[in-house]
Design a protein around this ligand. Structure first.
Ligand code: CTP
Length: 403
């Protein structure tokens, strides 16, 4: 599967570096051409000799090799690779990548690489949780780098938590996934809704929900990476997809989201409606801020139904269009999701059950089941939302191609 693929591995200073020889073996066994660059501190954790023996290529950590007197151009290496995988990616290297620093050979390659960059962080849980690290990861993802989320477990420090580099086998699978799925939605027009909607009560208040928009944004990013032409209709969210291949349509209310979807849907091949659309809006929006009435301890707001966007596209869709909905349930998940799938006339539904841990609007992870039109249920484990997005795309791809 990886025959002829040129993979550049970047190893940084983290104890998890001792696992990388295994990754090199997996890639080589699969036919990939592997070259390795290391930061100086990575050599404290794994030897260049092991890596050059396994990869069959000299390992580089300087542009200039004093023994051969040869100059290795970082630009050439960046152009050579089909994929650059930085694993383990230390907090320090990620920070430097985010800021475009180039004070070692690996970083110069990062800056000149024309190929996509995948990174698999490894560090202690407090370093991983730190706002600065999280911000750097966000910057890299927004720039289009592929994030292999660390898992939770025992760490070298003896602590237990998030920050453990994903296992070599899993990184290898992500690499295979990358090559397999690279351009498989090329030419497809994809419409995605994400985030909450805000329904105005008066000029300063609204009815909303806690949706962050992250799940839909990850789906949009995954489609864009796999070659689709993506339009993302995004309710108020403080996350931005920041990918030049995604056309972003920011909206606030359910009505605005509905109007945007109606504009784009006729030319859409695949619609994924992941937004947490408000089901009701105030019947009247006050022109001025509503004042407290000193004689009244209660206040009644009359609400009216918003447009059901998913139901509308389900009713409009033709045979060539695929429509995917989401179902957010707190009880009887499967029954309710199946009901939504059929009554809204859609092709697939992604079920989120809010009562499971690690699932929810504010979480970075999600656990889903996907139900197809013929009531087939596919269950998935708890994963980072970026990986859940890949599962959703796989299910859509298989559905469209009758696999
Ligand atoms: N949806 C929509 N427009 C609405 C409400 C929901 O497009 N006004 C879409 C959501 O984007 C999601 C699906 O419908 O894809 C299901 O949303 P959910 O909130 O789970 O269900 P509802 O249909 O609103 O039903 P209920 O609130 O009764 O569970």
């Amino acid at each position: 599967m990886l025959t002829g693929k040129k993979i550049l591995l970047g190893i940084t200073g983290s104890i998890a570096a001792y696992k990388i020889p295994l990754l090199v073996r997996l890639l080589k066994k699969d036919g990939a051409d592997v070259r390795v660059v290391m930061t100086p501190s990575a050599k404290d954790f794994v030897t260049p000799l092991t890596l050059s023996t396994l990869s069959g290529n000299p390992v580089l950590s300087h542009g200039f090799d004093p023994e051969t007197g040869k100059w290795e151009s970082h630009v050439e290496l960046g152009l050579w690779a089909d994929l650059f995988v930085v694993a383990p990616a230390s907090a320090n290297t990620m920070a430097k990548m985010a800021y475009g620093m180039a004070d070692n050979y690996l970083l110069t390659v990062c800056l000149s690489a024309k190929c996509p960059i995948m990174f698999a962080p490894a560090m202690d849980l407090d370093m991983y949780k730190h706002q600065a690290t999280q911000q750097n990861i966000k910057t890299l993802i927004e720039r289009g780098c592929i994030f292999v989320a660390p898992s939770s477990g025992e760490l070298a420090s003896g602590l237990c938590g998030e920050g453990r580099m994903e296992e070599p086998q899993k990184i290898y699978e992500r690499i295979k996934d990358f090559f397999q799925t690279k351009r498989r939605f090329t030419g497809k027009k994809v419409l995605i809704t994400a985030g909450p909607t805000y329904e105005a009560i008066d000029p300063v208040r609204f009815i909303g929900n806690h949706s962050s928009g992250l799940m839909g944004i990850e789906i949009a990013r995954a489609f864009a990476r796999q070659g689709a032409e993506v339009t993302l209709v995004l309710g108020p969210s403080n996350i931005s997809p920041n990918m030049k291949d995604i056309r972003l349509m920011p909206v606030t209310s359910a009505k605005e989201m509905y109007d945007a979807v109606m504009t784009f849907f006729p030319k859409t091949d695949i619609a994924v409606m992941s937004a947490a659309v408000a089901d009701f809006r105030p019947e009247m929006v006050a022109d001025q801020k509503i004042k407290k009435n000193p004689d009244n301890d209660t206040m009644t707001l009359k609400l009216v139904k918003t447009e059901d966007i998913l139901r509308s596209v389900g009713a409009m869709k033709n045979e060539k269009q695929t429509v995917v909905g989401f179902a957010l349930e707190t009880e009887n998940g499967l029954t309710n999701a199946k009901k939504k799938l059929h009554t809204k006339n859609i092709d697939l539904i992604v079920l989120n059950e809010m009562n499971e841990s690690g699932v929810g609007f504010k979480s970075k992870t999600n656990k889903i089941s996907i139900i197809t039109k013929d009531d087939k249920v596919i269950e998935f484990e708890l994963k980072a939302k970026s990986e859940v997005a890949l599962d959703v795309l796989n299910a859509i791809y298989q559905y469209i191609n009758h696999e």
